[in-house]
Design a protein around this ligand. Structure first.
Ligand SMILES: [Zn+2]
Length: 359
């Protein structure tokens, strides 16, 4: 099985009306036939139920994501928030979409909220043949905590299924974020303390490194980076979106796990849309960097971010849909990774972290 720690499923449903009960190819065809603008802004779809199943992607961290109106690009029609109230409404709506998806299509999608849910899900996937239809498990990850108006509503989000929270996307009232450096604020510290009390996983992705360092120090619970690549392999950029070595070390010291993003621009900062797609080997280089840096295969995994602002034209050659993540296995093996290493990177590392939060 593969566990993918970052897919903006609800955002694609909310903003673009994508129907993930269909395959990525069916979604592409539908968008072409209807003259949809979605591929222009969000790329050609990489996700779809038959593709998750074919790639044995049995669990995904499905995000709640909406951006602030001040960061909205040329896509004027997509949802965005002006303030915390509006963010709250949009994030709630996305959570509702996961509930509806899993209630209306229980044969295809299933929310995982408890250890019992997780155990039953894994058992079903082990017991049924690889190609037999079975539901994809979704664990809800909140990306950007602007929808949390005050920390005292965190229990409601937990009740609704949210188990992981990344406070930042761009900078916000909690901390510095992508493109907007800054520390963890007092409000950020209050949020983290409340998350800690309830047992949420803290996702450092998108936090400015300064804020990330402060957050790791402040947080006593499980810490991860669901989708973030090592800054050391992207020397051409000074973007704060990538993980400096000391943050990688701090995560590893806390038994954290880092999801590598197979997005060309995150694999080679000089890559531009229209350039030839990069070799899939590039993803292995980023995985290998974390392994060499931390001394084992225990702290790295996959956080694809597929359909999260880019599509098939912006991922390495050989990846047509999420199913092709399986092609990383032979490349890792050729580089000397054992079957156990590959199983850790594909699923067991995330599984270990899920077991700390699904109770
Ligand atoms: Zn993101």
């Amino acid at each position: 099985m593969i566990i993918d720690a970052h897919e903006d499923i609800a955002w694609n449903m909310l903003a673009y009306g994508r129907d993930y009960t269909h395959s990525a190819h069916e979604i592409r065809r539908h968008e072409q036939e209807t003259g949809s603008e979605t591929p222009r802004y969000n790329g050609q779809a990489l996700l779809g139920y038959p593709d998750w199943l074919r790639g044995q992607v049995g669990i995904v961290f499905g995000t709640l994501f909406v951006g602030p109106a001040r960061k909205r690009g040329p896509e004027r029609h997509v949802p965005a928030y002006a303030d915390a109230e509006e963010a709250h409404r949009l994030y709630r709506r996305e959570l509702g979409l996961y509930h509806r998806l899993t209630e209306e299509h229980p044969d295809q999608f299933r929310l995982l909220r408890t250890r019992a849910d997780l155990n039953a899900h894994i058992a079903e996937w082990k017991q049924k043949p690889a190609d037999a239809p079975k539901p994809i498990g979704i664990v809800v990850l909140m990306e950007g905590a602007e929808g949390v108006r005050t920390p005292d509503e965190l229990p409601q989000w937990w009740e609704g299924g949210v188990r992981l929270i990344g406070p930042a996307w761009v900078g916000n009232r909690f901390c510095g974020g992508t493109g907007e450096p800054g520390p963890l604020t007092d409000e950020g510290r209050t949020l983290l303390a409340a998350m800690d009390d309830l047992g949420f996983v803290l996702d450092l992705s998108h936090m400015d490194p300064q804020a990330a360092r402060q957050a790791v120090e402040a947080y006593t619970g499980t810490v991860i980076a669901s989708h973030a690549n090592p800054a050391a392999l992207l020397p051409e950029t000074d973007s704060n979106r990538f993980l400096p070595d000391d943050v990688i070390d701090a995560l590893a010291a806390r038994d954290g796990v880092i999801g590598i993003v197979p997005f060309n621009r995150f694999l080679d900062a000089t890559w531009k849309p229209g350039d030839p797609r990069l070799p899939l080997e590039k993803v292995v280089e980023h995985i290998d960097y974390i392994c060499q840096r931390t001394g084992s295969s225990r702290h790295v995994a996959i956080g694809s971010d597929f359909d999260g602002g880019f599509g098939v034209e912006s991922v390495p050659a050989g990846i047509d849909t999420v199913a092709d993540l399986q092609k990383l296995a032979p490349l890792l093996a050729a580089r000397g990774y054992t079957n156990d290493d590959i199983a850790a990177i594909f699923a067991h590392n995330w599984l270990r972290k899920l077991k700390t939060v699904l109770k």
